[in-house]
Structures are given as structure tokens and as C-alpha cells.
Design a protein around this ligand. Structure first.
Ligand code: CP
Length: 304
């Protein structure tokens, strides 16, 4: 039985296979519409979500399966003090696979030690978000056609932005990748990402606070929201929240085929005036999330 806790749990070959399945689902949805008949997905969301939870649910419905779960800790027995371990032991009796989001880093890993069905990490605190990374990779594959020879700008809250941490891990396994890490000093990537991935694997990277200086070099610009829910101090959030606001004027120096990604939700990081730019891929990215989660459910349930 396999779970997905960290994107590096998957080899690059397995990621290629998942993306190939997702692309086949896009082309031939009817072929997959009964694949999970009789199976149940539990979505255990201890933190708010729109895309991840609803795309998981849509994915299971489009595979012919069913969905149960909760969308906030307050409506589960966690509010009475039940542990994650006990919760997933019990939910394993009711469902064939579990997607879990939790504010505590490592909670899905703990869940995977106690569940008797596969656990999918749907985001754990400021740590990891592997299914967002699968979504990002499918989008890069469809928009750029490759993962090698790319300069990727990651902009905004690189400290608490879990999608960034997982994406750096995944992309650092490809060839001739360069990262430009654009953030205020207070929101730089954590040391474990800088030291254990970028420096250890000799991946070229620069750290800067200037989006304008980085822009002309970028093949991909990955914007992120400043993660208000992870700050200890509201004053710091207010000071930093509008550090980067992408607008059409700033895009004038960008490559004509640059791809703009954002895991969403956005607050002020990208003005709505950018939405009609053909380089704005973030709503297509959200759609890709459903297809890649369909492919992941099939893989973890070992459905042929
Ligand atoms: N990208 C993402 O995780 O969005 P949600 O928080 O809405 O699930």
C-alpha cells in the first residue's frame, strides 16, 4: 500500500506516468468514468480549502466513485480532542483512500503510520503540498512541453509557502534548471530547502528581492500569496503582504512565452488585469489539478 506524503516519494518515472495518465484522462474522460465504481474517498480537511478539496472530490466523482469527509476541524471529533491517529484508524473503516489537509507539519505522515488505506497529503502546515506540485508539473508539461532547461522564478512567501517547497524538490531532479528566489528578507526559503536540496544537489539559484530585475530571465514565474495564517504577528503580515503585485506594466520586460503560475488563492499578488494575458496560466493550472488527482487516485488504489 502506497501513500503520498512528500513529492519525493514518487520517482521521476512515476511522475511521468501520472502526468501521462492525466493527459489521457483529458483526451478520453469516458474511458475512466467507471474506474472507481464502488470506491470511496474521504477528504479530511482540518484547514480551509477550495481547490484541493473540491478537485479531489470532483476527481473521485468523475472516476465513478463516492466521497465523504469534513471541511473543517470544528465539525469533526478533533474538536473533542481525538488524535489524528485515531481519526484515520476509524476513517479507514469507512473509505478506501484518504486525502488529508492539516495545519501541523507532519500530520499526514503520522496518519500514514496508523491508517490501513492510502493517505494523500493535501497540504501540511508550511511544509509540503505534493498534489499541488503534481498540478504544477502537469501545467508546466502542457504549457512548456518540458521540465529541463528552464529558469523558474519563485516569488513571494517562500518561507511559509508549502507549494514552493514541494515544487523546488520536484524540479531539482531535472536537467539545467535554475531557480531565482524572489522574496523579502523575512520570507526567504527555509534553510533545509537551501542546504539539503539546492546546495547539496548543486542546483544553480539566486536570491533577490527584486521581481523587476529577475523578470527578463524567467521561463516560469510562480507567484505566491503571503500566508497570513502562518504569521505570529499581524503587524508583520500587514507590512509584507503587498511586497509583490504583478501587473501588466511589470510584464513588459518578461519573455513573450513566459508562463505565469499561482497555486491560488490569490489576494493582491496578481492584478485581475493580468488574467487575460495569454501567459496567465493559473486558472488552467487549477483545472489541471482535477486531472492529476484522478491519475493519483487510480495509482494509489492500484486501479488498472
Ligand atoms: N492551491 C491550494 O491548495 O488551494 P486551496 O487552499 O484552495 O486548496
Amino acid at each position: 500500500m502506497r501513500s503520498l506524503i512528500d513529492i519525493l516519494d514518487l520517482s521521476t518515472q512515476e511522475i511521468d506516468e501520472l502526468l501521462a495518465t492525466a493527459q489521457d484522462i483529458i483526451l478520453n474522460p469516458q474511458k475512466y468514468s467507471e474506474k472507481c465504481r464502488g470506491k470511496k474517498l474521504a477528504t479530511l480537511f482540518f484547514e480551509p480549502s477550495t481547490r484541493t478539496r473540491l478537485s479531489f472530490e470532483a476527481a473521485m466523482y468523475e472516476l465513478g466513485g463516492n466521497v465523504l469527509g469534513f471541511s473543517e476541524a470544528a465539525s469533526s471529533s478533533a474538536s473533542k480532542g481525538e488524535s489524528v491517529a485515531d481519526t484515520v484508524r476509524v476513517v479507514s473503516c469507512y473509505a478506501d483512500i484518504i486525502a488529508m489537509r492539516h495545519p501541523k507539519e507532519g500530520a499526514p505522515l503520522v496518519a500514514s503510520m496508523y491508517a490501513s488505506v492510502p493517505i494523500i497529503n493535501a497540504g501540511d502546515g508550511g511544509h509540503n503540498h505534493p498534489t499541488q506540485t503534481l498540478t504544477d508539473l502537469l501545467t508546466i508539461k502542457r504549457e512548456k512541453g518540458k521540465f529541463d532547461h528552464l529558469t523558474i522564478g519563485l516569488c513571494g512567501d517562500l518561507k511559509f509557502g508549502r507549494t514552493v517547497h514541494s515544487l523546488i524538490g520536484a524540479l531539482s531532479r531535472y536537467h539545467n534548471i535554475k531557480f531565482i528566489l524572489i522574496s523579502p528578507d523575512e520570507l526567504k526559503i527555509p534553510d533545509y530547502i537551501r542546504n539539503d536540496i539546492l546546495i547539496k544537489k548543486a542546483i544553480p539559484f539566486e536570491e533577490t528581492s527584486s521581481l523587476e530585475e529577475a523578470m527578463p530571465q524567467l521561463d516560469i514565474l510562480y507567484m505566491t500569496r503571503v500566508q497570513r495564517e502562518r504569521f505570529f504577528n499581524e503587524a508583520d503580515y500587514i507590512r509584507l503582504k503587498d511586497s509583490y503585485i504583478l501587473n501588466p506594466e511589470k510584464l513588459r520586460s518578461a519573455k513573450k512565452d513566459m508562463c505565469i503560475l499561482h497555486p491560488l488563492p490569490r489576494v493582491n499578488e496578481i492584478t485581475t488585469a493580468v488574467d487575460d494575458d495569454p501567459r496567465a496560466c493559473y486558472f488552467r493550472q487549477a483545472l489541471n489539478g482535477k486531472y492529476v488527482r484522478m491519475a493519483l487516485i487510480l495509482k494509489l488504489l492500484e486501479v488498472k
